[in-house]
Design a binder for this molecule. Sequence first.
Ligand code: CP
Ligand code: NVA
Length: 303
Amino acid sequence: MAKNLLSLWGCTREELMVYIDRAVALKQEAAAGVQHRQLAGKIIALVFEKPSTRTRVSFEAAMYGLGGQVIFMAEKDCQLARSEPLRDMARVMSRYVHGLVVRTFGQAVVEELARFSTIPVINALTDLHHPCQVLSDIMTVIEKKGKLDNLKVAWIGDGNNMANSWIQAAGRLGFALTLACPSGYAPDSAILAAAREQAARPIVLTEDPQAAVRDADVINTDVWASMGQENEQAARLQVFRSYQVNAALLRLAKPEAIVLHCLPAHRGEEISEEVLEGFQCVAFDQAENKMHIHKAILEKHLA
Ligand code: CP
Ligand code: NVA
């Protein structure tokens, strides 16, 4: 296992499955009342430059659940806000804590922190990737479908950080992925090309949401304007109008298809109320699984 978890591309297929299998076991143990202490004496710092409900609380709950402790730092409360160089922060934090969990804008920020720290750096969302989220999503798919092989996964909407991490997961894990994104909102082209080169099954990019969901087993969407794109919100509402995951779109998928959303959801925009609250939607299981996957990640990188 590499020191850091900056994107899913840094992991082999086997390593991705190690996180997921361990999270499944930890979830079962938690349900059986097993108490864990394997990270007793360890401390992580969460450094967040963007808001978070799920990722922050599930990482904190995961760390406490393994016997460890957490220091939370919002950007405005630390010297990052006054432009302290990242390499200085990385070296200082390495002397206090055993791991850094970072949510920020540029992927270069987590890369720089990782380069200069002697402790693991975990990417808790950048503009380019959301690897820990997609691990919990894949855990949820396996939980619901029993397997990944032979599944068709559809991504509807923005070619954003979540889409990029799904592309890398498809490249490593070998499920078929079709992304439907409007022109000008495609995922990162270098990430797509690299994943396609190694993918066992097709990774298709289209502008047609109907074609993407046809016969899909898993339908996935996310907000149309990500954190940091608030000033594009109104323009994006127009561009993405025909990319809503709603009952009509869902009817084109397999009847037993599941719908994923990493949350927070904007009802009436990327997903209808009916679908988000419907029996096919597993968004709240995904949210729960974030805590179990974060336990597995922390254990693998810190124990
Ligand atoms: N899904 C997710 O990352 O949610 P938060 O922004 O609440 O952490
Ligand atoms: N794409 C979204 C994901 C939020 C969890 C964002 O970056 O805001």
